[in-house]
Design a protein around this ligand. Structure first.
Ligand SMILES: [Zn+2]
Length: 254
């Protein structure tokens, strides 16, 4: 199984390349590329959130708690005076960081229902809704964030699957097939609940028509791989982005 650092490094490289490509074809604004890359990295950490006490879980819950604090602040700012607002944001932060984290640890098994394509869909749609309704991003930005999150998530699942192939002995490790799955096959209840939650989020999310239009209008011909030139530009912009984040592309290791 790939470790935390490997996941972050690979997710950074993959999301960096994806964000540069998206900026290059005009799907996203160049100045937003770093943000989408960041979302891709978060997506690359999410599948392992059910591994009890692992570094990513703690960091992720601290991040989510921070996000909750900021959301509470944004929502209640017009109604509360500053001291109460600060208190409400602090309560929002602590609730997510401790009781919710504890509950989460108690109820999940590693590589369970979240470590799946259904999990990717759920978190992607959750990102769309949170970005649009709580952080007040535009419909297009919210959907693109969801797409980048799903992208990083799937990169993680594929990487775990790659690591389950024992190259030296040319055979599959026991974990093969547990990383990249459609949903959790041995927990039908959890899978059904997650599916219902994903459907509910899809219904709640703003319509995706802007995303479809932007996708169709993007100049995909610029990254036609039969044209060698476009690859050079991509590689250069990808490396620029990585160096901005102090990620050394050569640091990929097992
Ligand atoms: Zn994993």
């Amino acid at each position: 199984m790939a470790n935390f650092n490997t996941h972050v490094t690979v997710a950074s490289a993959a999301s960096g390349l994806a964000a540069s490509t998206a900026a290059y074809v005009g799907l996203i604004e160049a100045m937003d590329a770093a943000w989408y890359m960041f979302i891709g990295v978060i997506g690359g950490m999410l599948p392992d959130i059910d591994a009890d006490n692992s570094t990513p879980v703690k960091r992720l819950f601290t991040f989510l708690a921070g996000l909750c604090g900021v959301s509470v602040w944004t929502i209640f700012a017009p109604f509360l005076e500053s001291q109460r607002l600060l208190l409400a944001a602090a309560v929002g932060f602590l609730l997510v960081r401790y009781p919710l984290f504890f509950l989460f640890q108690q109820t999940t098994v590693h590589r369970g229902v979240f470590h799946s394509l259904l999990g990717a869909l759920f978190f992607g749609l959750l990102a769309v809704c949170v970005n649009h309704y709580f952080l007040h991003w535009t419909v297009l930005q919210s959907w693109l964030s969801g797409i980048f999150l799903v992208f990083g998530f799937i990169v993680h699942l594929c990487l775990d699957e790659v690591f389950s192939v024992d190259l030296a002995n040319g055979r599959m490790k026991k974990s093969f097939g547990t990383a990249l799955k459609l949903f959790s096959y041995n927990d039908a209840t959890a899978s059904s609940l997650l599916l219902v939650a994903a459907i509910a989020l899809y219904i709640a999310a703003p319509p995706a028509s802007q995303l479809i239009r932007a996708w169709e209008m993007a100049q995909w011909a610029k990254v036609d791989i039969t044209n060698g030139q476009s690859f050079d530009v991509l590689e250069r912009s990808g490396l620029d982005l990585l160096s901005e984040f102090n990620v050394n592309p050569g640091s990929y290791r097992r």
